[in-house]
Structure formats: C-alpha cells, structure tokens
Ligand binder design. Structure first.
Ligand code: AMP
Ligand code: MG
Length: 345
C-alpha cells in the first residue's frame, strides 16, 4: 500500500488536507493523526471492516479494544450509556487526555471493543484531531499509531517508521505535547471510578471530581499468570525496546555512581537526568529532563526509548519514576518497558 504523508500546514490550507483525510476515513481507510497525547491510528469507529484493518496494520491482538474519539464530549451519549459521573469528568477534563470506559450502545461493532460490552471514549483537544473527527462526522476508533509492542509514537517520524506501507495516510502535525497515552478510567457507578491507565490527568486531579477513585492493580504491579486485567491492554508487553531495560532505584548520588561505574565495564545506554550529565561519560546518554520535571520526562520518554533501542547497547538503564502526580503514568510505562526489572542500588 502506498502511504501518503501529509504535512499539516497553516490553518487556511489545513482545511483541504483534513477534508481529504476525513474522506479516506469515511471510505473505510486508515489515517494516522496527531493528538495531544500520542499519534493515533484512526478508522471509522462504526465500521467493523475499518476496525479489523487497524488490528492488522498494528499487528495488534483483536481482544485489545480501541478507543473511540469524538468531536464533543456530549457526543458520547450516541455511542455509550453516560451518567452524571461521566458528565462531571467531561466538564472537568474534556477536551483533553482522559478516556472514559462506559457501557456501549449497539451501533459500536464488537470488533472495536474487542468483544467487551463497554466502549472507551475520548475527546482530544489537539486542533488537528478535533477538526479531523468533526469533518469525518463519525467517531474515530484509534489506538496508538505504533506497531504492537513498540513505544507509542510521539512524532510523525515514529509513525512512518512503524506503519509506512500499512496505512492510507499519515498526517504530520509535529511533536505531541504530553507524550504519554491518555488516562483511562472506567465508570463503576455514580461517583465511583477505577483508574485503568494513568496519564496526563493525574489520580489527584480525578479525586477532585469523583469521590471514590480505585486504582487497578495492573497499573503498578505485574499481573499474575492467568490473571485477567480490567483493561485488556494491560496484559500485553508494551512500550518495549528490543534491548533489555533495567530501572534503577535508590539514593540519587548512589544511582549516579552506579551508572558511572557501569559505563566503564559495558556498553550501556542511559536515560539520565540533566543533573547527572557532569558525572557521566558523554557516551550513549539520553537526557530525559530535570529530575523534578516530570512533564518534560513524559514528553521525551518514548522518543528516547526508540533512540536508545537503536544504539546496539547491551542494556538500557533508566530511573524508576516516583508514583506521585504525573510520575504514576511514567512509572506505569517504565515498569512495562522494563518487564518489571527493578534494581535496588
Ligand atoms: P492504545 O490506544 O493503544 O493506548 O490502546 C487503548 C487502550 O484502551 C488499551 O490499553 C485498551 O485495553 C484500553 N481499552 C479500550 N477499550 C476498553 C474497554 N472497553 N475497557 C477497558 N479498557 C479498554
Ligand atoms: Mg498503544
């Protein structure tokens, strides 16, 4: 398949580019597009055939459901059964990086939801994503636009590397602002939700709006064999480079000293903090940002994992993030990239 790469230009010319892309979606084709979280691989969310094409293009297991993207929060009502908890979450966080799992309506094909009777709904704030969905006039089913198992794409180059020749078009809208996938919550009842995947909307922010916020065990722990996660995506190895990733935990100066020593004995790629640069050899270093700047780390994590994976190093070292604030989302992605390998220093 010939994949058209479409650079998104200024808002006047954009209209024609996005109309063209919307037409592809309405005809059952696939278009990758930028959002504020990561790039999505979109297809018509009402079209069983388009959903199947998404799974095939990504090499994604068909029991790992897709998120449907809508142009306005109130559109959720057409595709899912909403309640007041959804409305309150929508008022606080939409458009934005929050996905809400709700009971699905008939019109959403089972292929989109991996056979579940619930559907995940998100209203992105990225202007290109928003316009594309509005022009298509249908909900857009879109998982992240990477090959299954690879880190999510945070710029068009990542999508091109993974999906060129496998999709109809890729819209190039530059780098994604947040850099980690959306926060996913499941509505359990009135005023009660479960956090299935942490993201840009933090646990603390959710607690400001909903009285009871549970955290699904798979957010922070490895699943036991045969354990069924609340979100099917949690069971898959994910975000994972080919080179083994080891997360380091311990007092900052001790961890930095460990890294410096490791550099003398083996070829290691290091996702380090800016503050550590003076103490390490300038070899295969991938600075993630300042130690306290979790937003910067979120924005660069997937890009740096991809780059570190190309070094041919023996091992990729990174820091174990804190579990507070945006750190929980980083922690969740990192422990899965590292297949839960944590080294205490
Ligand atoms: P991705 O867009 O690639 O991050 O994948 C979508 C994520 O949403 C996966 O982790 C899915 O398991 C999750 N998801 C989608 N629909 C549902 C649903 N109905 N219930 C629980 N999790 C869902
Ligand atoms: Mg994904």
């Amino acid at each position: 398949m010939n994949t058209r790469i479409i650079p998104i230009s200024n808002p006047e010319k954009q209209e024609a580019e996005l109309r063209y892309a919307a037409k592809i979606l309405c005809a059952g084709g696939l278009v990758a597009f930028p959002t504020e979280t990561v790039y999505g691989l979109g297809g018509n969310g009402l079209d069983d055939g388009a959903a199947k094409k998404i799974y095939a293009a990504k090499g994604r297991p068909s029991d790992n459901p897709l998120i449907i993207h809508i142009a306005a929060p109130e559109d959720a009502d057409r595709y899912a059964v909403v309640n007041n908890t959804y409305r309150r979450l929508a008022k606080a966080f939409m458009p934005g990086p929050l996905t809400v799992v709700l009971p699905k309506r008939e019109m959403i094909p089972p292929s989109v939801t991996g056979g579940l009777d619930t559907v995940a709904v998100r209203c992105p704030s990225h202007p290109v994503a928003h316009k594309l969905i509005a022009l298509a006039g249908v909900p857009i089913a879109a998982p992240s636009a990477n090959l299954s198992g690879k880190p999510s794409p945070t710029c068009a180059e990542h999508v091109i590397a993974d999906l060129s020749g496998r999709v109809d078009a890729i819209l190039d809208g530059g780098s994604c602002e947040i850099g980690l996938e959306s926060t996913i919550v499941k509505v359990d009842g009135e005023d009660e939700i479960t956090l299935l995947r942490p993201g840009g909307i933090t646990y603390d922010a959710l607690c400001m709006v909903v009285s009871t916020v549970h955290i699904a065990p798979a957010v922070t722990h490895a699943l036991a064999e045969n354990e069924r996660p609340l979100s099917p995506g949690m069971k898959y190895r994910h975000y994972a480079p080919n080179i083994p990733v080891v997360l380091l935990s311990g007092a900052p100066e001790k961890v930095t000293a460990f890294l410096a020593a490791e550099q003398t004995t083996k070829k290691c790629a290091i996702l380090c903090y800016n503050e550590e640069l003076p103490f390490l050899q300038n070899d295969l270093l991938f600075p993630v940002g300042n130690r306290e700047d979790l937003a910067a780390q979120a924005q660069t994590l997937f890009k740096l994992l991809r780059e570190a994976d190309r070094t041919g190093a023996e091992v990729i070292y990174a820091h174990l993030p804190p579990k507070s604030g945006l750190g929980l989302a980083l922690y969740n992605r990192m422990i899965r990239a590292a297949a839960h390998t944590i080294k205490e220093i």
